[in-house]
Design a protein around this ligand. Structure first.
Ligand SMILES: Cc1ncc(COP(=O)(O)O)c(C=O)c1O
Length: 397
């Protein structure tokens, strides 16, 4: 089957957080019917047909009682992880969670004490910081280094910070939102060796792991070897990959029994047992972690790769002094506007109020993100072109 990612599907009036003007105003403070949303990380594409068919079938059955994964669920996960990442998962390692952000909160509470320190690598997905602070833990920033547009890990700084015995966790974004890096195996190993040396548990948020652009390869942290597998928590989900965020399903993989028990115990303070996924989410997992899901994903990745190149060509032609490095993964582009507008607040205001484009300003991801913008390019190319053109008209008259 050939999917048509150019099709523009109207999402207004569907409770879409990204598109509904009422919700945009509530969440982003931007007003107007003519806003073009390129912010929250979901896609403007229909999910694979195999999901639609299985959810229809389930809806027709008409009973939505308590549900729980069975062998088929773990077989589907194993199919995906073995085939795509060469990592074998045991079913008992997996805990379901309604999302990765809630899981991070449970994990932080389970594995650290109040005032303990947790490392993150800014600029990074902002709920990492708030999850740590909301639980009265301390954020330690091992800031990434921007080497002419390519971000790398500051290993020396990491070692200095990990040495502190109050430092208990590192939350790794792999691939990295917003800078688009797909960490290489050697980088992950080096990071892991430092963390293992100082007993810092690595929580690898791999929600973007399937969204890898051509020429890059994702290594799941758990596949690095026993000593890494034993000191980590891997957070995964089909939500970004297949556009299923509203089904609210993620899989938290914890090979180490001791760590897993602590996390299970923390979940059980709030749930009857560990969280039970909703029945539609179970069906969706069966459907997508399959050859049909893979076929759709490969076509999606080709389209996204084209969009990432489109941004590059557009910037080169129409946006002098904007710096753009093609992402290695995710569907998020990170554009450096510092030479175009030195005041980051003014940059973000102009984009929202004058260009009428809703996106995440770089300042949300940490102070080093100031002067950058993040564009979600998981949309039909015509929408992407419209968004870029609106921005161009404001800054390059
Ligand atoms: C790195 C990262 N983690 C987690 C999430 C959200 O996950 P969930 O919806 O499962 O809480 C996002 C969404 O953009 C993300 O980019």
């Amino acid at each position: 089957m050939k999917y048509n990612f150019d099709e523009v599907i109207d999402r207004r009036g569907t409770n879409a957080l990204k598109w509904d003007p009422e919700l945009i105003e509530k969440l982003m403070g931007a007003k107007g019917e003519d806003l073009l949303p390129m912010w929250v990380a979901d896609m403007d594409f229909r999910c694979p047909q195999v999901v639609i068919d299985s959810l229809k079938k389930r809806a027709e059955h008409g009973i939505f009682g308590y549900s729980m994964p069975l062998d088929e669920y773990y077989s589907a996960m194993n199919y995906w992880y073995k085939k795509r990442y060469n990592w074998e998962i045991k079913s008992e390692w997996v805990i379901n969670s309604p999302g990765i952000v809630p899981a991070l909160n449970f994990i932080i509470r389970a594995l650290t004490e109040p005032r303990d320190k947790v490392i993150i690598q800014q600029p990074v997905y902002y709920p990492f910081k708030s999850s740590i602070e909301n639980n009265d833990r301390v954020v330690i920033n091992n800031a990434l280094i921007n080497k002419e547009g390519k971000y790398v890990i500051d290993f020396e700084d990491l070692e200095n910070k990990a040495k502190d015995s109050q430092c208990k966790l590192l939350i790794l974004c792999s691939p990295h939102n917003p800078v688009g890096r797909v960490w290489e195996k050697e980088e992950l190993q080096k990071l892991g060796e430092i963390c293992n040396r100082y007993n810092v548990i690595v929580v690898a948020d791999e929600i973007h792991s399937d969204l890898i652009l051509s020429g890059n390869k994702h290594t799941t942290y758990g596949s690095l070897g026993k000593e890494f597998e034993n000191n980590c928590v891997i957070c995964t989900a089909p939500s970004k990959t297949f556009n299923l965020a509203a089904l609210q399903i993620s899989n938290i993989i914890i090979p180490n029994e001791e760590i897993r028990e602590k996390i299970e115990k923390e979940f059980m303070k709030s749930f009857m047992m560990t969280p039970l996924p909703n029945i539609f989410a179970i069906d969706a997992i069966h459907s997508v972690y399959s050859p049909e899901g893979e076929e759709w994903l490969e076509q999606l990745l080709t389209y996204l790769d084209g969009n990432a190149d489109f941004i590059g060509d557009f910037v080169k032609e129409h946006m002098p002094n904007v710096r753009y490095t093609k992402p290695e993964g995710t569907y998020l582009a990170w554009l450096d506007f510092r030479e175009v507008e030195s005041d980051y607040k003014e940059l973000e205001r102009k984009i929202s109020e004058e260009a009428k484009v809703v996106l995440d300003g770089g300042s949300m991801f940490g102070t080093k993100g100031r002067g950058f913008i993040r564009i979600n390019y998981a949309c039909p190319r015509s929408i992407l072109e419209e968004g870029l053109t609106r921005i161009k008209k404001v800054f390059f008259k």
